[in-house]
Design a binder for this molecule. Sequence first.
Ligand SMILES: [Zn+2]
Length: 370
Amino acid sequence: MTIYIAQDSTTSLKLSKVVKYLNSKCNYIKFEEIPIIVETNEEYVMFPKTHNKYLKQVKTKRSQNDFLIVLTELQYDNNYFFEGETDLIILSFFGWKYLTSLPIENGLVYFICGMLLDEVIPYDAIDHSERLGCVNDFLFDKTRVDDGMRKGHLCTDCKKYIQKHKLTEFESLLYSDAISLLKNLAISSSNERSILNNNSNATVLNIDTNKKTTKHSVKKSTNNGDSIFISYSHKDEKDRLKLEDHLKILQRLGLISIWTDRKIAPGEEWKGQIDNNINNARIILLLISSNFLASDYCFDIEMKTALKRHKNNETTAIPIILRDCLWQISEFAKLQALPLDGKPIQKFTKKDEAYASIARAIAKIIKEGK
Ligand SMILES: [Zn+2]
């Protein structure tokens, strides 16, 4: 069985070194680098469009059990992090740096472990939706990838499954290669190292991975991503909630944290809290409607602060046009509004399309660090 690996022009991995490493740790599976850089002019990965485009550029002689993986840092339009069949899987490292301080090559090894174990332990045999701290969680949810790479273990349910089911010879070979990769990955990762810097003669015993992990998780939990302040009229509460739903995935990935005045507990002093949050926000979203324009607080205080901080390059202020109103003559008309060209969300036949386009635009701003 051979796993072919290529990358597109958005990543810059030392692929030949990674492939050499993979081959040195596996007895059965062979890895092969495809030494071309797949050209891309896409903004998002879209299945199957992007896959078909990439397949035209990558030519390999693959047999039935072989896999082809192309690595990218582009974002999937559906927020997946990998998609495809055995003929081509595009694996996206979009937002990786927000998930872990460990390098992408460690993530690739982790993904391959998950992929191989998925061949051995069927997808629906064990429910991993509860995040069992297992490598198999990764295929469902990558938010705990940092912890997973450092621990590199299988959950008890997966271990029980392996014990109970007699593996075929093919499955046993995959399993032993996957476990070998996983162990070595955990040794490197728990020592804050790239797999490529790992000294293969290093003592593998007595590494206190738990201690390292705990320390790191504490550090990570303080990093909630870029802060977003939402300024809106309470009459537009429903629209604000809908927008937050669409931004939830970015929140889960640790890319953003959202603050609205609803976070102020009853009885708490509110003005100071609003000031503090609007003055520290990386992005300020102004939800524009006639309600917003009519609200003294939104219009006179929050909007003015947003504009001032935007002008000083301290924040990115973005008007989100909820409904048609005379916003074009207001002070913030010079800002780049969303949805594109300031078309009000209300005028979209499919409102989800409008919200999704806003979420994508925000993801892009964060990624580019604008
Ligand atoms: Zn498991």
